[in-house]
Design a protein around this ligand. Sequence first.
Ligand code: SIN
Length: 205
Amino acid sequence: MALDTTALNRRMTHFDDHDDLWLFGYGSLIWKADFPYLERRPARIHGWVRRFWQGSHDHRGTPEAPGRVATLIAEEGATCLGMAYRITPETLRPLDVREKNGYLRELTPLHFEDGTTAMGLTYLATADNAAFLGAAPLDDMARQIAGAEGPSGPNRDYLLHLETALAELGVTETHVSELARRVRLAGEPDRCDTGRPEDDTLRVQ
Ligand code: SIN
């Protein structure tokens, strides 16, 4: 069973005395902004790639059959595009609960499209958290995502919403789009994957 990170995140007081702060979202926080924010803008963070390597026991899976959701993996020279939200520090309290299945608040510089930067926060699930699943062949990850469901709904919806949200931001990422393609195929009985090369590299394009 996964560790609840809510209490650990409450100890991260970095922005407590600020009027507002930037939160960088790269997974469900891009397409499910069910929290109050003052402003939102696309932003990038450097040195990270988006990967479906985090287990979900509480939203898109169960402890018995976890789903797979996004986390960030350090990679030199990489860039990850997401959505930045300017929020008040109080907004972090419900977000800590939403992200409690292994995600920890992490300080990160954000780069906006107009060339400006700001220090902000992101929720990061590192390899040492109890729910971390790590890398696996894309076919295996897709099968897991296609079959998993949790209190927030089917795992496939998380992936497909993210693919759509990235497309709206003008980005196609091989890792996400190849997982989505396989998950769609898994939903079509009697169709087998003809097998495109498993190019699992990711760069924001
Ligand atoms: C994020 O979206 O930034 C964190 C992971 C998630 O909630 O999907």
